[in-house]
Design a protein around this ligand. Structure first.
Ligand SMILES: [Fe+2]
Ligand SMILES: [Fe+2]
Length: 336
C-alpha cells in the first residue's frame, strides 16, 4: 500500500544544490521539457540527481511500508474466524509482500541495491507509513485496515500510476488492482459483522473504526503548507494530487461508506459543507503523527525487530542461493 509522508524527510540540503555546469543546466532544461510534455522517464534516461534521490526515497519508503504492513494483519492469520476469512487474509498479506517486491525492483533500477534499502530500514534511517505502528487488537481491526487503510492507500496510489518515472508507474498499475480487492474484502468483512453479527461483534467493529480512523486520515501526510517537497514532486510529475486534496477525497468517500456499514466516524466536527461541496472535518493531531514518525508509536520497535529477525532468519536462504549461482557459473565455465 502505502505512500504517506514520503515528503517528510527531504530536508537534506545536499539534495538541493543548485545546478552548476552549463552542460548540466542544458540537460536539466531538456529533462523539464520532457516532463512538461508528459513523457515517461525510463531507467536509462538522464535525470537530475535530486529527481533520482527523491524517487529512491519515495519508492523505498513505499516498499518498506508494504512489507512492514504485512505484520499487523499477519498477526491474525492463525486466528481468522473461518476458513474463508483465513484464505482471504493469507492472499492479502501475500499480495503486500509482492507489492514490496515490485517496488524494491523499481527502486533498484535507480541504482540502489536492495541490501542498502533494507539496511536503511533495519537501522531506522528509512521510514515507512506510520499507520503500521498501531496494534491490531481484535479481528475487526483486519476489516478496518482493509476498508480504511487500503482505502486511503488507493486514493494515494492511483495517481502514482501516472508518475513520470515509468518503472514506478508500471509497478503501481499492478499494485492498485490488488489494493481494490483489499479494500473490498475489508469492507465486506465489516459489513457482515454489522448486518449479521452479535451486539458484541458490532461494538467490536465500532471500536476498530474508532481506533483506525484518525491514523488513516493522517496517512496522506502533513498539510500542503507544511509539506516542503511536495511542490517539487508535483513539478516533476512524481506526485499528481496534493496531500490535502487526497485527504478530502478519502473523507468524502468514507462518510458515505460508513453510512452503509452503520458505523460512526469518531469526529464530532464531520459534516457536509454545502458551499464547498465537501465534508468538513475536525483538527488532526499532528503531534501524534510526528511522534509516531519519530519512532515512538505503540509498535515501532516491535515492527523493526520483526523485520530484522526475518532478515537474519533468511540468511541461510540468501547464502544457499549465492552458492547455487556460483556453482552454476562454474559449470558453465567448465562446459565452455
Ligand atoms: Fe499493498
Ligand atoms: Fe493492500
Amino acid at each position: 500500500m502505502y505512500t504517506q509522508a514520503m515528503d517528510t524527510l527531504g530536508k537534506d540540503a545536499e539534495d538541493r544544490k543548485p545546478v552548476r555546469s552549463a552542460e548540466q543546466a542544458m540537460l536539466e532544461a531538456r529533462f523539464d521539457a520532457r516532463i512538461d510534455d508528459g513523457a515517461f522517464i525510463e531507467a536509462k534516461d538522464w535525470m537530475p540527481d535530486h529527481y533520482r534521490k527523491t524517487l529512491v526515497r519515495q519508492i523505498s519508503q513505499h516498499a518498506h511500508s508494504e512489507i512492514v504492513g504485512m505484520l499487523p494483519e499477519g498477526n491474525w492469520i492463525s486466528r481468522a474466524p473461518t476458513l474463508k476469512r483465513k484464505a482471504i487474509l493469507l492472499a492479502k498479506v501475500q499480495d503486500e509482500g509482492g507489492h514490496g517486491l515490485y517496488l524494491y525492483a523499481a527502486a533498484e533500477t535507480l541504482g540502489t541495491s536492495r541490501d542498502e534499502m533494507l539496511y536503511a530500514l533495519h537501522t531506522g534511517k528509512a521510514k515507512y507509513s506510520s499507520i503500521f505502528n498501531y496494534p491490531t487488537l481484535t479481528w475487526a481491526d483486519v476489516g478496518a485496515i482493509g476498508w480504511l487503510v487500503d482505502g486511503a492507500a488507493i486514493m494515494n496510489q492511483v495517481p502514482i500510476c501516472r508518475c513520470s518515472y515509468a518503472p514506478y508507474a508500471r509497478a503501481m498499475v499492478r499494485i492498485c488492482r490488488e489494493e481494490s480487492f483489499h479494500q473490498r474484502q475489508g469492507f465486506e468483512s465489516l459489513l457482515t459483522m454489522m448486518q449479521h453479527g452479535t451486539e458484541a461483534q458490532k461494538a467490536m467493529v465500532q471500536d476498530a473504526v474508532d481506533r483506525w480512523w484518525w491514523p488513516s486520515v493522517m496517512m496522506f501526510g502533513p498539510p500542503d503548507d507544511q509539506s516542503p517537497n511536495s511542490a517539487q514532486s508535483m513539478r516533476w510529475g512524481i506526485k499528481r494530487i496534493s496531500n490535502d486534496e487526497l485527504r478530502q477525497k478519502f473523507v468524502d468517500a468514507a462518510v458515505e461508506q460508513a453510512k452503509v456499514l452503520g458505523v460512526t466516524l469518531p469526529d464530532p466536527d464531520l459534516k457536509w459543507n454545502e458551499e464547498r461541496q465537501h465534508h468538513d472535518f475536525g483538527a488532526i493531531d499532528w503531534d501524534e503523527f510526528w511522534n509516531v514518525i519519530a519512532g515512538n508509536g505503540p509498535c515501532n520497535r516491535e515492527r523493526i525487530a520483526a523485520r530484522v529477525k526475518a532478515w537474519d532468519d533468511g540468511a541461510w536462504v540468501r547464502e544457499a542461493a549465492l552458492a547455487h549461482a556460483e556453482k552454476q557459473q562454474q559449470r558453465f565455465k567448465e562446459a565452455a
